[in-house]
Write a protein that binds this ligand. Structure first.
Ligand code: ADP
Ligand code: ZN
Ligand code: ZN
Length: 733
């Protein structure tokens, strides 16, 4: 017998091994889905058994035995294995890297998949110290130790719920010999734990109809688009769909965008359900991630809530799949390694599992709308708040006609005065963080460039730094021009400068800012959100972050400072992104009792996209945009793959792509476009270029890719050249 193993290497193949002879652990046998340790050259690697075969293409004497079978039970079940296999074929990526992407980091390095939970106990000296006054001055340590005294054996998870940061004081307690831990197997929750812990509001007619449609599709593949603005009650529909699945003794998989996985959302699931909810996202520490994954493997998690890679979570007996904010770009992994769309794979997963899937959004992707158009998906609408149209009073401010102070036009300032005087909150959206996007010399024309990118450095005034938002370069802010010594000035605005200007205009109004510079660690987002939700802050200035999933009922005015960015991009998807952002930001206005008003500043008030968006809302925009895509043969009316290359010199990258182009044997109907340098060719010191393949039909494109990639792999290129294939790319630069 030969064991075929998927190893985390870029090589697009499996590796054959002989089974281990004497098992020191009974039951640990190689079978599909279990992890094994194998010799690989001079290294030892951990891989996943893909399959068992009777023979190998290699001669028997060349085969080496496995070193160890790590798991007694598969950590990737048959359904997930099938999904991964499909994904490797569809994205033309190494099966080993694809399987690695499905495992948390610690599982890839061999951590046990068994559910252990870390429990904490006070020691005798610890209890004595509490009784005395030894811990009087160490408040956090004392409180933590008191908790252990009152609940000896308390689990880490529970501590994490009660304390913001308990690891630091715990470390101190352990060092002083006052506390100790033990790992014990998790006790499965008693079978009589109630399914529901809380109840939600009575459903509206539309919500009830949506839930009934989803529930009526139980046991078969049925994709639904749940179309409704934020606050229209989508989450409530998800909660009910999940409840119905749980009642049928099934499990639920819920995917949310990177930034959408807020503690509020997790809280809503945990408050509603008595069952274990495993949460998987990139903000977790490695061990937290491992712990959540173990809950999935063991099957104790009935609900799995996570971001992108959670689509691969081992969830047996799936009953329903939910993808919230399905249009969100963070579902596509496009930066490195295995580039996949978690939304598309979620659809495939529910197809294989024969369960309904709900794709929710206020601004669905054009792909999804087209799937509704062709009847593949069923549309469920929650039109409670004025459908998908903008709130009634939406207006454009023509920047060419009005006085503008630091990016804010007079009519916007006047509207802000009005709303603030009426007791409303105001949200100002600008798609740029920092103080100003450019630092320029007043005399010689010098502009602070990034050395490693085709980009300017952004001024961060409070921090006194110049930073590149593309490569992370960071330098002190010069007080004068490094070239001629004259004064420098800040050109344009970012959130930091808008905040400063608003503070001058409205000195009595508390302002908060929401962007990646403010939100750096866990808890930051919550504190900003709570200052707005409580009404303490009256003005909110923010980037895209303000558009994601928060409910600010007292915001009555939304001002979009620069709608123009993206209107003229070379990327065919840019208009879709602009429209989605405007609608999502505008949707923050007038969520409560008071009516909302939206003002969009632009230099191009006649732009057809803005006009259709204002006149007919997202639906109207989407109709126009789909017609444009059809006319130009872009997705969803065509299928695209991008071969990308980067190197220390642009010529190296384009030469490589030119050779690749020559090797491609494409039938009629498939177009090759490029190679062309990326719109921002130089990034982080490397030059990027791409070659596009475009085809009306999906199948012929994929037939071309496999044999072609074998040839591309054979191209002799300089060592610094890196290349990758992106199937269904979201961004074309
Ligand atoms: P979405 O997910 O579309 O943003 P939510 O489900 O979060 O919408 O609903 C927004 C708010 O409205 C929540 O506070 C929720 O509890 C409330 N809500 C949802 N459905 C109803 C309903 N049928 N009746 C009353 N309140 C509701
Ligand atoms: Zn100068
Ligand atoms: Zn840079």
């Amino acid at each position: 017998m030969v064991v075929r193993v998927a190893l985390d290497t870029p090589l697009r193949r499996l590796f054959d091994y002989l089974p281990v002879r004497d098992f020191d652990r009974p039951g640990h046998e190689p079978r599909p889905g279990v992890r094994v340790r194998v010799p690989f050259g001079r290294q030892r690697l951990i891989g996943v058994v893909h399959s068992l075969a009777t023979s190998s293409e290699l001669p028997a004497e060349k085969l080496k035995p496995l070193l160890e079978v790590i798991d007694a039970e598969p950590v990737l079940d048959a359904a997930v294995m099938e999904l991964l296999e499909f994904a490797a074929a569809y994205y033309h990526h190494s099966i080993g890297e694809v399987m690695a992407a499905a495992l948390p980091k610690l599982a890839r390095t061999g951590a046990t998949a068994q559910l252990l939970i870390e429990r904490w106990f006070p020691t005798g000296p610890g209890l004595a110290a509490l009784a005395g006054d030894e811990l009087k001055r160490a408040r956090r340590q004392r409180e933590l130790l008191e908790t252990l005294r009152d609940a000896p054996g308390i689990a880490s998870e529970v501590l994490a719920e009660r304390f913001d940061d308990w690891r630091t004081p715990m470390r101190a307690l352990v060092q002083r010999g006052f506390a100790s831990s033990a790992e014990t197997p998790h006790e499965p929750p008693a079978s009589d734990t109630p399914l529901l812990r809380g109840t939600g509001p009575a459903l509206s007619g539309e919500q009830a109809a949506a839930v009934a449609a989803i529930d009526g599709a139980a046991g078969r593949f049925a994709p639904f688009l749940l179309y409704g603005i934020t606050g229209s009650g989508k989450t409530e529909v998800y909660l009910h769909a999940v409840e119905h699945a749980l009642r049928r003794r099934k499990r639920a998989l819920v995917l949310v965008p990177e930034i959408g996985l807020t503690p509020q959302l997790v809280g809503r699931f945990r408050e509603r359900f008595g069952v274990t909810v495993a949460v998987l996202h990139s903000g977790l520490t490695d061990s937290e991630r491992l712990a959540a994954w173990r809950e999935c493997v063991a099957g104790s998690a009935r609900i799995v809530l996570g971001t992108r890679s959670a689509v691969f979570a081992p969830v047996a007996d799936l009953g329903v799949v939910i993808v919230d904010e399905e249009h969100d770009a963070s579902f596509k992994q496009h930066e490195s390694g295995f580039r996949y769309s978690a939304r598309d794979l979620a659809i495939l997963r529910s197809q294989k599992a024969q369960v309904p899937i709900v794709l929710g959004s206020a601004t669905p992707s054009l792909e999804t709308l087209q799937n509704v158009e062709t009847g593949r998906f069923t549309r469920l609408s929650l039109p409670r708040r004025a459908g998908q149209a903008l709130p009634p009073r939406a207006a454009v401010i023509d920047l060419r006609e009005h006085a503008v102070r630091a990016g804010i036009a007079t009519p916007a300032v006047e509207a802000m005065q009005r709303h603030l005087a009426d007791g409303g909150q105001v949200l100002v959206y600008i798609n740029r963080r920092g103080y100003s996007p450019t630092l320029a010399c007043t005399a010689c024309g010098w502009i602070a460039p990034c050395r490693d990118c085709d980009a300017r450095l952004t001024v961060h005034l409070a921090a006194q730094r110049l930073r590149c938002h593309h490569c992370g370069a960071d330098a002190p802010l010069p007080a004068s021009c490094p070239q001629c010594g004259y004064a420098v000035r800040h050109v344009g605005q970012g959130t930091e400068r808008v905040e400063e200007t608003l503070a001058q205009l409205f000195p009595a109004m508390p302002i908060v800012r929401l962007d990646r510079d403010v939100v750096r660690k866990r808890g930051d987002l919550e504190s900003v959100v709570s200052r707005i939700a409580s009404g303490e802050a009256r003005i909110l200035v923010g980037t895209q972050m303000v558009t994601k999933g928060h409910d600010f009922p007292s915001v009555t005015l939304v001002v979009v400072l620069n709608a123009d960015q993206g209107l003229f991009s070379t990327d065919f998807r840019a208009p879709e992104r602009v429209a989605q952002t405007i609608i999502q930001v505008a949707g923050r206005a007038g969520r409560g009792a008071k009516p909302g008003e939206v003002m969009i500043q632009t230099e191009y008030p006649g732009h057809p996209l803005l006009k259709s968006l204002l006149a007919e809302g997202y639906d109207g925009f989407a109709r126009a945009a789909l017609a444009e895509r059809a006319a130009a043969s872009w997705p969803p009316f065509a299928h695209v793959a991008a071969l990308r290359a980067s190197a220390g010199a642009l010529a190296t990258a384009t030469d490589f792509l030119r050779q690749a182009r020559q090797l491609a044997r494409v039938p009629r109907g498939i177009k090759l476009l490029g190679p062309a340098p990326a719109a921002m060719a130089k990034r982080a010191g490397r030059y990027h270029a791409q070659l596009l393949l475009e085809s009306r039909e999906r199948a012929p494109l994929h037939r071309v890719l496999d044999p072609w990639l074998v040839e591309v792999e054979g191209i002799k290129a300089p060592r610094d050249l890196r290349w990758s294939l992106d199937v269904d790319p979201l961004e074309l630069f």
